[in-house]
Design a protein. Sequence first.
Length: 517
Amino acid sequence: MSKLIQLQKYILANDFQFSRLGSSNNQDDRKHAVLTLGGYCAAVVMAIGYIVYIAFDLYSNEESMLFFPILSSILFWALGFWTILSGIKKMIVSSDTELIFSLPLPLWQAKFFNVIRLLILYLLIAAIAVFTGTLLHMFILPDFWFVLLSSLLLVVILPLLVIAITFIISLAVKILLNFLRIHNNVIEALLTIFLFLSPLLYITYTSASLNYKDIFSNSSPLYLFGIISNSTSEFGFFDLVSLLAITLALVLLTGYVFTRRYAFLVASYSPSSKRKARDSSTFSSNSLFKSLFSKELKLYLSSITYVSNTVLTPVLLLIGSLAYLFNISPLLYDTTLELSFITLSSKYIFILFTTVCTLLTTTTSSSLSFEGQSIWILLTSPLSLMELAKAKIALNMMLFVPGLACAILVYTQIFSSSLLDSLLFISFTITSLMLISMVGFFVNLKFPNYNWSSEMEVIKQGKSTIITAMISSFLISITAILILLDFNFTFHLLLLVNISIMTFLIYKLRECTLPRE
């Protein structure tokens, strides 16, 4: 067991860039490590800040007994969502699988190696979150020893519950789609995410308000499994033991599948030879753009990790716009955001929603790096950089077409005050999408990484992805500030900025060449 733990520590240090920061002599590698660690630290600080806010908000409203149901709910949904985005496949097979099975480890440790690594990481995250809440409630909740015991149990239960449930849902979806002979990563990713989030979505839909306390307390695992009857019920030691028993049952089911059906899991989650052959197919169309776009689409669809991490905001934009379009809930039109200095109407909330969805995610920030070692095909072909950029940018824009069309229809039919207002909104949203697509491609062009062993290295941890996310956050912040200030020429100014940056990027791209790294 000590060898297993030692190896896990080494791999986690490598995943979080500690190894690269401490041993690499390459300045770019060290900068990348610092950037990645900085992003993780910022996420931890924001998460702790949110926990502190929840604790004091509940205390000020004399609702502190809801803290653990709400915190367990937030951790459950956040960790589960992260697990699905990271790819359930990583629990079973990875780039290190053959090496792991060649090591002098017991067979069960080799089979569970990736699961154990994920469990260690989630235990650390749960411990930080839960014990932060415990310290805040040390002198607030009446029974401190029960709170401490509850914390210890939740730290153990939540990671096990998340891993078991997400794995079972993913495997059920894969078996169902295989039975129906549907082999499509987009459908698989969306169905897995939808099934996992369906209780949270249903509770949000049926909630009388959009208050986080009502939504998260009702969607807590304690409530979903029927351990507590309603969101205001206090829970005791027996309730936690009941949740532990349910968790152990799901873990035993997962363990049985891993130990007895591991070969089936590897075969199910490994890419088929047919899919690999399709991905490496050559151009067959007379149209250069059509051939490049077709190749880009096949490359994109070949990875469920790539799809699941980039398709969420397009789908969210589509679902949100359809909710407005069909008047799913009156809250969408009546909700206003009360701040200390301004009231944000539903119209501006919708504009911000559209902007966030459009700018938050782009496939282009990892599209060049995702070529991997096959980049030599592009390097030796007579393709210009602009031709390649058009295909990769077009793919990202295609993903947003349904949602953007619905968003434009909602704005023009419900929120628009004039024809000019509608035209400005349409121009702003389209140019914003084009802008972030071009920015992502340009950043990836400057910081490519073709020598990766895991898809996550370029999709979520790549330098170009991190930098593009920072630029997206900056653009979203600027848009939000101008909208909050209710500046009369907000759309005019933002449209001018979009066009100016796009013109500059096009000029720079014409001067660039594809880097060989």
